[in-house]
Structure formats: C-alpha cells, structure tokens
Ligand binder design. Structure first.
Ligand SMILES: Nc1nc(=O)c2c([nH]1)NC[C@@H]1CN(c3ccc(C(=O)N[C@@H](CCC(=O)O)C(=O)O)cc3)CN21
Ligand SMILES: CC(C)C(=O)C(=O)O
Ligand SMILES: [Mg+2]
Length: 266
C-alpha cells in the first residue's frame, strides 16, 4: 500500500522538481482508475456542470451537486488528494463560504478550490484557521465567463504583473495551492518560480509545477466538438481508458505534455 498523497507530498514533489499530475473525476470508478494509475490529485471540478449535466457553463452547479460527486469520488479513491470546487456563488459571503466548505470537507474533500483573486486573501487565512486548506484558481476563472465575455486567455499585457502580484499575495496569505488557467506560459513559469506552494496549470504551459485536464477532454469525449487549445486526446494512441490515463501521467512527468501546440503566448 502506497501512503496517501497529502499537501506535504505535493510540496516535496515541487521541491524535487517532479511534475504533479491532476485530473478531474466525478465518480467512484474513474477515481479508482486515476488514483491507482499515479494521478496524485483528483479534482472534483464544477466542470461537471458541462460534461455531466450538459449545461453550457459551470454556473448552474450547486453545492449539493458538488458534495454528491465528492462523496462518490471519496469512495473510489485510492490515496489521491481530493480537491473540490466551490461552485458559483457558494463563497459569496464569509458565512456561506464556511457552510459550503464544511459540506465539501465532510463529503471527502481534502482541499477546497475557489475562483478569484486577492479579495480572497482574508478568506484563505480564515479557512486555514478552521482546518480547511485552499487552492486558488486564477487566470481564466470560468465562473466569471459573463464578466470576461467568453472563455479568453488572461494575464496578457498590463494584466500580467497584476496576476503575478495576486498570486504572491495569496501564497503569502496561506493558500495551499494555486491553479492557473489559460495564461501565457512565461507568466505561469514566473509565478511558479516565485511562490513556494505548488502551482498547477491548464493552458499555462510546461513551466507550472503540475498539470490538470478535464477527464472527458483527455479521453477525446466532447459534447460540442469544440475543444480548447490546451487539450490533448490521450485515447488516440491507447487501447483503454486506464492506459490513456497512465499515458497522461507519464507525459506530464516526462515533460512531453503540454507541448508548444497547447500553449498560449504573451
Ligand atoms: N470540458 C471542459 N473542459 C474544460 O477545460 C473546461 C470545462 N469543460 N468547463 C469549465 C471550463 C471552461 N474552460 C474553457 C473553455 C473554453 C476555452 C477556449 O475556448 N479557449 C480558447 C482561447 C481563446 C483565446 O485565445 O483567448 C482556445 O482556443 O482554447 C478555454 C477554457 C475550461 N474548463
Ligand atoms: C478546468 C478545471 C481547472 C476546473 O476548475 C474544473 O474542472 O472545474
Ligand atoms: Mg472549476
């Protein structure tokens, strides 16, 4: 039996320069497969609103949905660290944030993930005091798609320094992890080198400390036929789902994923 993955494990991997692998999963069976094929972090993502529920954004997902899927993931998990998304408006006030986090942690999450910037610094500190480590998701935060006016690359031009400063401030406030989505590779590298905590990227280039993809995307399954640039179909050259997930882990570990074709420039 391998020991369970904890934040200590992830910090050690970063220090040793070994890439961290993260993959979304929403049920017991896929969590069993992912965790037993070397995926260190399972993300119960609110992307389930799109890939499981068929919505055109993540906004309709409820805290009850997230708790339900987190509980299922926990039952299949073989030692991975479970990170669960706080869905849209589940952290609008501090009281609500506590109640939402309690539901996710009691369902089986080890870490909660919140979308946002420095305005979360106080929340991060208060959650730590209450025994809840947090991962802060910055860059393209899909719950703000209506503010952005589409799923667009973030952190270009003048926005780069602001994003860098936000990441440093959240790390100093005590965030356990950062997740950067759709940002230029150079910026993600610079942030990963500047903070001590693990930085996971999706569409953030090879310089992040780890990578994440949506399970359905890397299995080549799409409802719309339009996949983001950062996605690679790992089923292409593999005979089974298990071997596709193993190939993803290997490609992240050996640095062959993400390749240049999956990156965004400044
Ligand atoms: N299946 C799935 N995969 C995901 O990665 C994902 C979800 N769902 N749902 C929640 C968010 C939404 N995400 C998205 C969706 C679209 C793009 C996209 O089309 N990006 C453009 C970049 C446009 C630009 O250049 O500014 C691309 O070409 O990839 C990116 C992230 C990531 N997340
Ligand atoms: C795309 C990843 C990072 C996510 O937040 C999700 O799956 O919900
Ligand atoms: Mg999400």
């Amino acid at each position: 039996m391998k020991p369970n993955i904890t934040l200590t494990t992830l910090n050690k991997l970063k220090q040793q320069g070994e890439k961290i692998t993260m993959l979304t999963s929403y049920d017991a069976t896929f969590s069993h497969v992912a965790s037993s094929h070397g995926v260190e972090v399972i993300l119960v993502g609110d992307s389930l609103g799109m890939v499981l529920q068929g919505h055109d954004s993540t906004l309709p997902v409820s805290i009850a949905d997230m708790a339900y899927h987190t509980a299922a993931v926990k039952r299949g998990n073989q030692g991975a660290l479970i990170v669960s998304d706080l869905p849209f408006m589940a952290a609008a006030t501090l009281e609500q944030t506590y109640a939402s986090c309690a539901q996710l942690m009691q369902a089986g999450a080890h870490v909660v993930k919140l979308e946002g910037g420095t305005w979360l610094a106080d929340t991060v500190q208060r959650l730590n005091e209450r025994g809840i480590p947090s991962c802060i998701h910055l860059g393209l935060t899909p719950q703000s798609v209506n503010v952005f006016g589409g799923y667009k690359v973030q952190g270009r031009g003048d926005a780069a320094q602001k994003l860098f400063d936000d990441c440093c401030e959240l790390a100093a406030a005590g965030a356990a992890m950062l997740l950067l989505e759709c940002v230029p590779s150079e910026l993600a590298s610079r942030i990963s080198q500047a903070v001590e905590i693990p930085v996971i990227g999706i569409g953030a280039g090879p310089g992040a400390d780890g990578q994440v993809l949506v399970l359905h995307d890397m299995l080549g399954l799409s409802l719309t036929g339009r996949v983001p640039k950062f996605v690679k179909n790992f089923m292409q050259d593999q005979p089974s789902i298990s071997s596709a997930i193993a190939a993803y882990v290997k490609a992240v570990k050996d640095g062959s994923f993400p390749a240049q074709e999956h990156e965004f420039s400044a």
